[in-house]
Design a protein around this ligand. Structure first.
Ligand code: GLN
Length: 473
């Protein structure tokens, strides 16, 4: 049997080889650096590859040698350019933070550093997480390694492309309305959005604070579970962080709910076919399938596109050209603000700020923002009701496979529609995972497809168990 190349190992596999000293962390990191050198010129997954990767790996080797290594020691991962690493530039894919250096480690970074994780670099993304294709980056367009004429998904498209081009063993992304699950799906990876509050947001540049979560993009469900376990936990630095909890029992036989009524028009025929085949596969694996109704899920997308821009407009007001990053001189203080924001923010970010400011303005607040929050509560109740009958809910991740670069970038509404299946989990706060389920051929290229599983609050364990079952084929 021929040996798997180092850059094809999963975390579980690499970790075993590192622990048994069959390979060193320096060798492993070196293999990834070589692959990045080879592929990233074309793909554009990284905004920066760190200059101390091999030193980090050397420290990991020392940790292993001294017997202090854990499952993540020496594992090289990529990080979305939205998560703070002390002393490193973190730009949120934006010109306004082009040279901004983080003054502290995000809680997740501090936790992973303690484990001896090796950080390869920061990955490209839609500016401040706003987008579904990574075309809204102020820096460059990232290409999908499965077909370079297509997008890698977004907003964590640099992270998904980095792993798919074999330029990282795994990556961190953030998911406000699908930005981990959808790029994972476009690139054939596993992507987890944890329960809201399960993973600390301290040191994550905020987009929509009531929706944002950091999540892993990995090759397998087991790897996603490892990273999630290392990142999760109560953090006094994040007031929305959940208390720690005992683990629960996972059901022996699963019941999975399908909201058939929501799988209507607008879904690509091949996506639907693959989804139906995946349902059959679950049945064969002994899972009970039940049709469910989520009576108000049709309102999810419009609710999301009210709440997310409203929160964004508030979160982004601090980037005024005075306190952080880019500064452009105007005639007076107001001029400074206008000039700095005008030069620093891209078109989509300005669109969301204008929209969000309008939604939150006197006279419109109740009509839009308050109403959206009422709908959000109704959605929470619909999901709670559904979870009385089923252990998890299944739907596609995206209504279509990876689309062409430029196909939707001129039409924001069609881009927003691509999020139809992902935003609800963020509104409701429940965990969701995207798992590869096959391929569809387009113009001679194999494009990955995925299913999405959604579980009740704090039941990532159900997603992992079901995900592993499905993955085994
Ligand atoms: N595409 C969605 C948006 O633009 C979701 C982005 C995200 O999850 N960060 O808001």
């Amino acid at each position: 049997m021929s040996e798997k190349p180092l850059i094809d190992l999963t975390i579980v596999e690499a970790s075993e080889k590192l622990a048994s000293k069959e390979i060193s962390a320096v060798e492993l990191a070196g293999a990834y650096l070589e692959q990045i050198e080879l592929r990233d010129g074309e793909i554009g997954a990284y905004l920066e590859v760190y200059d101390d990767v091999l030193e980090q790996a050397k420290r990991a080797d020392e940790m292993i040698a001294s017997g202090k290594g854990g499952v993540l020691t020496g594992i090289p991962i990529a990080v979305k350019d939205l998560i703070l690493i002390e002393g490193r530039v973190v730009s949120a894919g934006s010109k306004i933070l082009e040279n901004y250096k983080a003054t502290y480690d995000a809680t997740v970074i501090a936790k992973l550093k303690k484990e001896g994780v090796v950080f390869l670099g920061r990955t490209n993304m839609d500016e401040f997480g706003m987008g579904s294709s990574t075309e809204n980056s102020a820096y460059k367009i990232t290409k999908n390694p499965h077909d370079t004429s297509r997008v890698p998904g977004g907003s964590s498209g640099g992270s998904s492309a980095a792993v798919a081009m074999r330029g990282a063993i795994a990556a961190l992304g953030t998911d406000t309305g699908g930005s981990v699950r959808q790029p994972a799906s476009f690139c054939g990876l596993v992507g987890l959005k944890p329960t809201y509050g399960a993973v600390s947001r301290n040191g994550l540049i905020a987009y929509g604070s009531s929706l944002d979560q950091i999540g892993p993009l990995t090759k397998t469900v087991a790897d996603a579970e490892i990273i999630f376990n290392a990142m999760k936990g109560h953090d006094p630095m994040d007031s929305t962080s959940l208390p720690d909890e005992e683990s629960k029992e996972v059901p022996k036989i699963f019941t999975v709910g399908i909201p058939r009524h929501f799988l209507g028009e607008g879904i690509d025929v091949e996506v639907l076919k693959n989804f139906n085949e995946s349902v059959e596969r679950l049945k064969e694996l002994g899972v009970t399938i039940k049709e469910i109704t989520l009576p108000n899920i049709n309102y999810s997308l419009s609710t999301y596109y009210i709440i997310a821009p409203a929160e964004a407009s508030s979160n982004l007001s601090k980037f005024d050209g005075v306190r952080y990053g880019l500064h452009v001189d105007g005639e007076n203080l107001l001029g400074d603000y206008l000039e700095s924001k005008g030069a620093g923010f891209g078109a989509e970010v300005r669109r969301r700020i204008v929209l969000g400011t309008y939604i939150l303005s006197h006279g419109y607040y109740d009509a839009y923002y308050t109403k959206a929050n009422k709908v959000r509560n109704i959605l929470r109740k619909d999901f709670a009701d559904a979870f009385k009958e089923v252990d998890a809910i299944m739907m596609p991740v995206s209504p279509m496979p990876a689309f062409k670069i430029g196909e939707k970038s001129e039409d924001p509404l069609s881009m927003y529609l691509a999020d139809i299946f992902t935003v609800t989990a963020n509104l409701v706060g429940v965990p969701a995972i995207s798992i590869p389920s096959g391929f569809t051929e387009r113009e001679g290229k194999q494009l990955p497809l995925s299913i999405q599983l959604i579980a009740p609050h704090r039941r990532e364990d159900i997603l992992f168990a079901l995900g592993k079952l499905f993955e085994r084929k």
